[in-house]
Design a protein around this ligand. Structure first.
Ligand SMILES: Cc1cc2nc3c(=O)[nH]c(=O)nc-3n(C[C@H](O)[C@H](O)[C@H](O)COP(=O)(O)OP(=O)(O)OC[C@H]3O[C@@H](n4cnc5c(N)ncnc54)[C@H](O)[C@@H]3O)c2cc1C
Length: 216
């Protein structure tokens, strides 16, 4: 049995009908931007992984979650109220920006809630050398884009024309030439991650400059 910490829910902030930010007390949790925690209900063995959405300097802890109605935990977390407690383990993971990366062109590529670690990156580090490509179904799925430099975001929408590009992230990246020293960070569903990984390695991007966090 791992040791866990109890954290108290501060608020649940809905960004769309299904995507929300769960803000909790930080309880002095130390982490590096890009890491994830596991979250569960008290007296319940089921835990799920969530990237940390808030920044290292914030005095609260946030995760960005998609409510999957047929899923087990994400819809239960959505029902929590301020004052409720959750249990948390971690932090875990190696999806990290190093000092060396900070001086390079950065390409952050996400699908859905896979934008979460990139939110933590931009809140924690003073960086402006990044491009964020965010793949979603519809244009209204703009998860707090005001927290990024607007010029640095490209929203790819697969099911309407509401984004900057009406195509999948993979199609957008196909024609994109990256700087030779670029570092690429991929986060979200495995289909996107494997496709982009193949596409970049076919363009002779060394795999040590491609970082990935697979959600499902
Ligand atoms: C390292 C890591 C970090 C993660 N970080 C996040 C995060 O920051 N935000 C987040 O929302 N999820 C994240 N996930 C996914 C999360 O752990 C859960 O799998 C998800 O919340 C579903 O849990 P559930 O109990 O509701 O559904 P389950 O009963 O466990 O499964 C339902 C099904 O939902 C699908 N699914 C899982 N996650 C998603 C998703 N994000 N979008 C669409 N479909 C999905 C899968 O096909 C899964 O089989 C992460 C996963 C990993 C491994």
């Amino acid at each position: 049995m791992h040791s866990y910490q109890k954290h108290t829910v501060i608020s649940v902030r809905n960004l769309t009908d299904t995507v929300y930010v769960l803000r909790m007390t930080r309880e002095e949790l130390e982490f590096s931007p890009g890491q994830f925690i596991t979250v569960g209900l008290l007296n319940n063995v089921h835990m799920r992984e969530y990237s940390i959405y808030s920044g290292v300097k914030d005095d609260y802890l946030e995760i960005l979650v998609k409510d999957i109605p047929q899923g087990y935990l994400s819809s239960k977390l959505h029902q929590l109220s301020p004052g409720d407690e959750v249990r948390i383990e971690g932090p875990f993971g190696y999806f990290l920006l190093s000092e060396e990366h900070l001086s390079k062109p950065l390409h952050f590529i996400a699908t859905g809630t896979g934008i979460s670690p990139f939110h933590c990156f931009v809140r924690s580090h003073d960086i402006d050398t990044y491009t964020l490509v965010h793949g979603v179904s519809y244009g209204h799925e703009q998860y707090e884009y005001e927290d990024y430099s607007r010029k640095n975001i490209i929203q790819c929408t697969s099911r309407d024309t509401g984004g900057n590009q009406h195509m999948r992230v993979t199609a957008y990246m196909k024609n994109k030439e990256l700087e030779h020293n670029a570092e690429v960070f991929l986060c979200g569903n495995s289909a996107m991650i494997y496709d982009i990984f193949d596409l970049l390695t076919a363009k002779e991007k060394p795999s040590e400059h491609i970082h990935a966090e697979v959600y499902f």
